[in-house]
Design a protein. Structure first.
Length: 220
């Protein structure tokens, strides 16, 4: 039976490594080792091994025979994920329009105000992490409000895996402003508790986001 403390440390390491791989710190094709990661993180190899096993299950790392190879997320993967989001996210939005509470609408409004602040503050490149995090928070409220754990789990996982490309997309001011405008449009539809209008606006936002991603290079 595994020790609860080891599992907790493994969870933290998994989250850290996943974030670093998906943000591009470790490049696709880079070789990592259990020992190297253990030394870098200052922990024993047991929780690192557990985290690696989960990262392999997520297809973010793979054992290539020469060591652990970073798979990461390619642009092709990203566009496939957008196809899935296009099929699901509009439905999640329609459900959220029915279920969303005044408290969640208030939270969403505050997120949008902060997103607007960071976009208008200066060059979005300087605030890309803040804008990306607020974008994640906006979508998390939307998914949480849809009332379906299955929708929430799938969409949150996909959204998290898009980290590097989402950050690259909103680093250009015009793209960041377009995304903010689309978020406000979704917010207004949610305030009306209009399922059809929300589905339409959420779906269009996802399509537009995909098209913005198509313009980006497939960075390694």
């Amino acid at each position: 039976m595994r020790d609860h403390r080891t599992i907790s440390i493994a969870d933290q390491i998994f989250e850290q490594l996943e974030k670093e791989i998906l943000s591009g710190k470790y490049k696709r094709g880079e070789i990592l080792s259990e020992m190297k990661l253990s030394e870098e993180l200052g922990v024993s190899r047991t929780p690192v091994r557990e985290a690696i096993r989960r990262l392999e299950q997520e297809h973010i790392l793979k054992d290539s025979g020469k060591g652990l190879t970073v798979v990461g997320i390619s642009k092709t993967d990203m566009l496939d994920m957008y196809e899935i989001r296009i099929g699901l996210e509009g439905n999640a939005g329609a459900r959220a329009a029915v279920n969303i509470t005044d408290e969640d609408l208030k939270k969403m409004g505050e997120i949008l105000d902060l997103q607007k602040y960071y976009i208008e503050k200066g060059d979005p490149k300087d605030n890309a992490d803040n804008i990306k995090d607020l974008d994640s928070q906006f979508h998390a409220v939307l998914y949480d409000s849809c009332g379906s754990q299955a929708y929430k789990d799938v969409l949150l996982q996909i959204h998290r895996k898009m980290t590097k490309f989402r950050k690259a997309s909103i680093s250009k001011k015009s793209r960041a402003e377009e995304s903010l405008h689309e978020h406000f449009a979704i917010y207004e539809a949610l305030k009306l508790h209009d399922p059809d209008l929300t589905r339409e606006r959420v779906t269009q936002h996802t399509v537009d986001a995909r098209d913005r991603i198509k313009e980006l290079p497939d960075t390694e």
